[in-house]
Design a protein around this ligand. Structure first.
Ligand code: F6P
Length: 367
């Protein structure tokens, strides 16, 4: 029997659950005679780089990895088939499009299917490769939960749990010192982590990119809370990194690389300064949760979701469902065209039930 080879890659930022997906996919694929799973290390850079870095994945090497953070096969946001950097002797860098070469190479190496586990940017890359003839399937990953056409991405729940735990800890110290504690969480374009953690952790203020805030409105909210005689002289705010004031823009801290989107950080500090400028006298502290949200062991929910996506992706390979992404829709496993999943980001609807619930329990969005 001819061996059928599949190439897998983890792309973009890491995320709790990547290893659980790999384990499920390899277990399912290698349970059937004739299938082999290979990994391209550090996304597709392993395939395109010299020397080539591919690794065969068997049941043994994925055994027990579902509890581990990170990714067994590495990942990166840099380089890739459409932006391959070539360093010139004069110090300049040019970026080559090596996508045609990659499609041809996958054929020459005998890969019948390619599985790309990644978020929005990575699935846009999958779509472009599919349009060039690559038999590719996507698996939705991102702690931000902003990939469209799926109910949820794996990694999100773990990030929410971590952010909630951080909020719980900040509440006790805020209360002891009568302080305003601000927690900055990830979420460049969407406030899913902030919104969910705000409700779970009982934050007073939740600032998200989808609802630009008015600092005067927040100041009034805090004055009411501190002056209403119930003894509450502290407050906890959760701020997505992409949050912005009305008429303003997100806080861009640095662009490390011309071909990588700018990093956002500083939203919490900016919010603290704005509050002080309104005359707020309470002591204010801010914490950036950062990559703590992306590291470490995945929550049970994400392990289960990852197992579902891993198994579903192999069924899709077998059925030849290329150009599609595994998805959960209304709680059921399905697949959706990559084009649909990447058309737009899934953002928080300010009029959604969840935002209304948050408002009903007195969370202030600053609008
Ligand atoms: O894309 C997911 C994400 O977690 C964003 O919310 C965040 O801005 C970004 O990754 C930061 O990632 P890195 O520091 O690895 O570029």
């Amino acid at each position: 029997m001819k061996t059928k080879k599949i190439l897998v890659a983890t792309s973009g930022g890491d995320c709790p659950g990547l290893n659980a997906v790999l384990r499920a996919f390899v277990k399912r694929a290698t349970a059937e005679a004739g299938w082999e799973v290979w990994a391209s290390l550090q996304s597709f850079n392993g395939l395109l780089g010299t020397p080539r870095r591919l690794r065969k994945l068997d049941r043994q090497c994925v055994s027990g990895i579902h509890v581990k953070g990170g990714t067994l096969i590495g990942t990166t946001k840099e380089s890739g088939p459409f932006n391959w950097p070539v360093h010139n002797p004069d110090g300049t860098i040019v970026y080559l499009d090596r996508s045609d070469e990659m499609v041809a190479l996958c054929g020459e190496l005998g890969f019948e299917a390619v599985v790309n586990i990644g978020g929005d940017g990575s699935q846009k890359m999958s779509l472009r490769l599919f349009e060039k003839g690559l038999p590719v399937i996507g698996i939705p990953k991102t702690i931000d939960n902003d990939l469209d056409a799926t109910d949820v991405t794996f990694g999100f729940q773990t990030a929410v749990d971590i952010a909630t735990e951080a909020l719980d800890r900040l509440v006790s110290t805020a209360e002891s010192h009568n302080r305003i504690q601000i927690l900055e969480v990830m979420g460049k374009h969407s406030g899913w982590i902030a919104l969910h953690a705000a409700i779970a952790g009982g934050a007073e203020i939740c600032l998200i990119p989808e609802i630009p805030y008015d600092i005067a409105c927040i100041r009034k909210f805090l004055d009411r809370r501190f002056d209403n005689g119930n003894g509450k002289c502290f407050a906890v705010a959760i701020v997505a990194e992409g949050a912005m004031p009305q008429g303003g823009a997100p806080c861009v801290s640095a662009q490390t690389h011309a071909n990588i989107s700018a990093k956002l950080t500083g939203a919490a500090e900016r919010f603290a300064s704005e509050l002080k400028r309104t005359g707020e006298t309470a002591s204010i502290r801010s914490t950036i949760l950062g990559h703590v949200q992306r590291g470490g062991t995945p929550a049970a929910y994400d392990r289960i979701l990852s197992a579902q996506y891993g198994v579903k992706a192999f069924e899709m390979v077998k059925a030849g469902e290329f150009g599609r992404m595994a998805a959960l829709q209304n709680g059921r496993l399905s697949s959706v065209p990559l084009a649909e999943a990447t058309r737009q980001l899934k953002r928080v609807d300010p009029r959604s039930d969840l935002v209304n619930v948050a408002r009903s329990i007195n969370i202030c969005f600053g609008d």
